[in-house]
Design a protein around this ligand. Sequence first.
Ligand SMILES: O=C1O[C@H](COP(=O)(O)O)[C@@H](O)[C@H](O)[C@H]1O
Length: 325
Amino acid sequence: MATMHACLRGAAATSFLSSPCLSSNSNLAARLGATSHQKVLRQGLGATGFRSSALVRTVVAKAGTGKVEMAGNLGKLKREELQVYEDGESLSVSLAAHVADVATAAIEARGAFTVVLSGGSLIKMLGKVCESPYLESVDWAKWHVFWADERVVKKDHPDSNYKLAWDGFLSKVPIPSGQVYAINDSLSTEAAAEDYEMCIRQLTKTGVVAIADGYPRLDLLLLGMGPDGHCCSLFPHHPLVQVKDRWIAPITDSPKPPPERITFTMPVVQAAANVTFVANGEGKAEMLAKVFGEELPLGELPSQSARPLNGKLIWFADKAAASKL
Ligand SMILES: O=C1O[C@H](COP(=O)(O)O)[C@@H](O)[C@H](O)[C@H]1O
């Protein structure tokens, strides 16, 4: 691994706020980007199944937009929040267009794009974002990258979500290293969670991360769902799903190894401007049907509750994952 990133306190924010070319560069990116992204997205929508007929609308993470409280009674998910693709290949083509569009809209609106990665199968599905036309047209210098959850292991450990993202995504795109906010892997689980929360709090003060009603409002959360219905490191029936008074929480008894992790809490997920889930493969079919079925109590199926209260939710699934709907 060529570079190790640490959670920087405010350094990245200074360079972003002082950039003299901010608006002209982002306008250019928007002009160059929108056409090609949307063209690719239209091709992606040639896939079969349930999908929205219009181009995906994105939401920008402006501060103070709407009341955010952790909600349990959210209602059934709507079918138009699900896009089903023939296979993983066509899913990843559309996912790339979507990510680029959300990034362009955020950069155009506020000069920065805050994106949150997960581990697992998601990173492979992001592969097309690192390729043409996005490699050239995306304004990578404005990206700020976070993790929805991380395993408390060293950054070069095979279980590290940072390592997975570095190998499969971050090493291929020119995001400034000071804008990649990895956890401090020399701390205990509890301390790492506190440290990561402090890092995000600091970025809300400098304006990189928007804030609304006491929670950070990140532009885009890219989430995966485990076959058991977990997302981030929020597992079904685990008390952590109910936590409201922290942004980042430690978990030392994760049912899926490794046991020691840190994770976004549910209100932080629900405060996001855009939550985009990716589910591919047969292994996700049963749980995806449950997610789009009857509403379950908060805590029973975290991937069902993980949706913005004042933003845009999209599930990208392939046919295999959608086969039990
Ligand atoms: O442990 C984790 O699992 C989930 C789901 O992974 P997947 O390989 O089934 O897609 C992932 O989203 C999370 O970030 C990771 O830590």
